[in-house]
Design a protein around this ligand. Structure first.
Ligand SMILES: *Cc1c(COP(=O)(O)O)cnc(C)c1O
Length: 317
């Protein structure tokens, strides 16, 4: 919906971090845009704000920022660049519900903010999402795009006497069943978040010693960002060590998983790209980042056990 609302067309360029989920780029690729991938920060898998300005050309229409793990990008810096070049910014806040940048809720700072309620997120209904409009200009058209290109919402409010096909769009609405499930989750936001934060803190505390010994790195949260405990990841020293650790955890019944293959190294992009990019920080996170179990039903005891197994692994190498 964000790509449709911004009228992204063939010839337009969209800046997207490479270390993200497919959707951050796909919405714009489907509109025919060319994607300019940028690297991650060194201290964090999120996009390196310093790389944005160099990627801008006179064709750049949108910057997509991804708040990886619910940790804010430096939005003041990004919005300043965007206004200098008159470019739209879309926040991919899929992982960022209940997280903040200098006390502003993520997803509410740029022109558009996109949330996900996929089953893997803090608040979920299986499949679903939310588009936040931060600009009056988009409201009327968003409602039409949402309703299959019709002005049906206007009709239901009695503002027109019949409804018809007026614009592009698709079926972006959730079903009543999903909406009901989601509402119940939203009503429990505080409870869910309180629990997730306890789990996250327990991981951090239990694994700190391994970081002090330089076996692993723990997540870094910049001073302007909050932590919504969307995920808990550790960064291993290299890919072999990560594979061995995954196998060790698997052997004791713990499922840990790595994260994104950089989009610039995906089959889809590689088969179409004219040049092979090298984005070293993101490629390093592809090889070394490991996500530990993080879901509401976990107990603090579970976290201690998982952390002990990670310590066990390092005490034997
Ligand atoms: C989950 C996720 C998405 C996709 O969300 P869907 O609801 O599956 O469309 C997009 N971007 C990021 C960063 C995500 O984590």
């Amino acid at each position: 919906m964000a790509a449709l609302l911004l009228d992204v067309k063939p010839g337009d360029e969209v800046i997207v971090p490479t270390y993200t989920f497919v959707s951050s780029a796909l919405a714009f690729v489907r509109q025919g845009a060319t994607i300019k991938f940028i690297d991650s920060r060194e201290d964090h898998p999120g996009l390196n704000e310093e790389k944005i300005e160099k990627a801008i050309t006179d064709k750049t229409k949108v910057i997509v920022v991804v708040h990886y793990g619910g940790t804010a990008c430096d939005m003041d810096m990004i919005m300043k660049i965007a206004s200098k070049y008159k470019i739209f910014v879309v926040e991919d806040a899929a992982q960022a519900i209940d997280s903040f940048y200098r006390s502003k809720p993520l997803g509410s700072i740029a022109h558009l903010g996109c949330f996900s309620f996929h089953e893997t997120k803090n608040i979920q209904c299986g499949e679903g999402g939310m588009l936040v409009l931060n600009d009056q200009r988009f409201i009327d058209r968003a409602e039409i795009i949402w309703e299959k290109g019709t002005n049906r919402s206007k009709f239901f409010r009695g503002e027109v006497d019949k409804y018809s096909w007026v614009d592009t769009g698709s079926s972006f609405l959730p079903s009543d069943m999903l909406a009901a499930f989601l509402l119940a989750q939203l009503e429990q936001l505080d409870l869910i978040q309180k629990k997730r934060k306890q789990l996250w803190e327990q991981y951090y505390e239990s694994l700190k010693l391994l970081e002090d010994k330089r076996y692993i790195k723990l997540p870094f949260i910049p001073y302007y960002a909050t932590n919504n405990s969307h995920m808990f990841y550790i960064v291993c020293r290299n890919i072999t060590e990560r594979s061995n650790l995954i196998n060790h955890l698997k052997s004791v019944g713990i499922l840990s998983v790595f994260h994104y293959v950089c989009l610039h190294n995906s089959t889809f992009i590689k088969s179409r790209a004219v040049e092979q990019l090298y984005l070293p920080n993101a490629e390093a996170y592809s090889d070394t980042l490991l996500r530990l179990p993080m879901f509401y039903e976990l107990t603090l005891e579970n976290i201690k056990t998982i952390s002990e197994e990670i310590s066990n692994y390092f005490s034997f190498i």
